[in-house]
Structures are given as structure tokens and as C-alpha cells.
Ligand binder design. Sequence first.
Ligand SMILES: C[S@@+](CC[C@H](N)C(=O)[O-])C[C@H]1O[C@@H](n2cnc3c(N)ncnc32)[C@H](O)[C@@H]1O
Length: 260
Amino acid sequence: MSQPKGYVDPKYLHIIGNQLNHIKQRSYALMQIQLDHKVLDLGCGPGTDTIPLARLVGVNGQVIGADYDEAMIAEAKQRAEQAGVNTWVKHKCVDAVSLPFETDYFDSCRSERLFQHLFNPAQVLSEMTRVTKPGGWVVVVDTDWGSLSTDSDETDIERRLARFLAESSLHNGYSGRKLYRLFKQQNLADISFEVFPVATPNYALARQGTQSERIEQEALKAAVLTSEELHRWQTGLEQADSEGIYFGCVNVMMLVGRKN
Ligand SMILES: C[S@@+](CC[C@H](N)C(=O)[O-])C[C@H]1O[C@@H](n2cnc3c(N)ncnc32)[C@H](O)[C@@H]1O
């Protein structure tokens, strides 16, 4: 399969998942999972969340992880087997726009950092709502890439790169800020939201998390900045890093609502 816009691999998801563990744990709590529940993790990647969810629903529950990337699903299946949870955790290759699950099937559904990749997020939220039981919780976590900020004196370059990342390297890069509107339009009840700043003074980690190498090269190709500007930008950040003063931050939003 050719790699879609914003493609990330399991290794990236593992590194970033460790940084976002507090957000993941909060999303599980908001799903109000009980023993024997059936839960869905949509856009599950290599099973980062389905295995912790398996422990929450217990052996008589059911966890379905769904993702359209065959390689992610193969990795997730292997991890579930290694973790000994594969009898009640299933991973399926599925496009999120049309879910092959019965209406009112799951006790709760979650999705993390999937929506930024979507052409039709409203359709996907509608599908998540459809497959959730009345009264069940739908939880969506996503980044607002428009909030990406890096401390630099090159503010103009910084803004151009952040905007390029949000608008050109992802299909729905402003996803986080749009979730409240989507939840309201879906007519979910008891909607609430939480915002998590993800900040780091670790330049290497920030470059990895924002896929800077790829974004910078794409931005250069798209003439968003010149090679001289890119050099200035990178040199400035390397200097900040060597002085121990690098700082970057982005906001992650979590929306929760209940199916009527
Ligand atoms: C940034 S990763 C997040 C993975 C996982 N939720 C996590 O938190 O580690 C986004 C995932 O969404 C999947 N994805 C993107 N578009 C999709 C679609 N239309 N249907 C199903 N999965 C999709 C990708 O294959 C990828 O595994």
C-alpha cells in the first residue's frame, strides 16, 4: 500500500505514545469501562491502546481495534498474541468511513489521532456514534497542529512551517479545534472537552514528534521557504538546543459525548 499523507510507522507511535500516556489513560477513564464491556479503538495503529483496554474489559469483554493499514493490523495482532489477550482482542482492517459493525454494538468507542488524517471526519464520527449503544460514551482525541509553537527569533519561518504542517502535510491538521463542533453537530449529549498541552525542552524528541525532517523537505519543495531560510532555522534551533534553551509545544484536545 502506498503511504498516505502524514503516514507514521509503529516505532514513531511507540515513542510518541509514551509521551502521551497520561492522555491515553484519561481517555480510557472517560469511556467509563466496566468488566465485560465491548469497546472499539478506531484508528488503532499497532495496538498501542487495545492491549491496555483488554485488561479493563477483562477476558469476558471484547476489544476491537480497527485500522485501514494492513501492516499496523498485522503488528497489532502479533502484539495481542504476545500479550496473551488475543482471545478477546481482535484487530480488523477497516476504513473508518464505513464500519462493519452492528448499530448499538459497543459500550464505548475511542479514537486517538485518527481524525487529523481524515477527509470526512463528520462521517467517521457519525459511524462511531452509530455503533455505540445509547448511553455509551464516544471519546475522540486529536492534535490541533495549528497550535504548534516553537521558541525562535525566526517567528516568520516558524509560523510558515507550522502552517504548512497543519494545512499541507495532513488532510485535517486543525482537527483538534474542530472536534467540539463535530460533537455538537452529531447531537451527542453531555459533551465535555479537555485540552492537554504537550510541551518539551527535548529538541530531538520534538523533531521526531513533528516529523520535522519530512515536513521541512516538503516545505522546501513547495517553496514555503528557501534553503537559506531553512538553514537559518535549523542552525538557530541547534544553537538553542546546545544552550539547553529549546522549547516547543502543541495542544491535544479530548472530546467526550454520550449517545442519546
Ligand atoms: C497517528 S496514528 C494513531 C494510532 C493510534 N491511535 C495511537 O494512538 O497510537 C493514526 C492511525 O490512523 C490510521 N488511519 C488513518 N486513516 C484511516 C482511515 N480512514 N480508516 C482507518 N484507519 C485510518 C492510520 O493507519 C494510523 O494507524
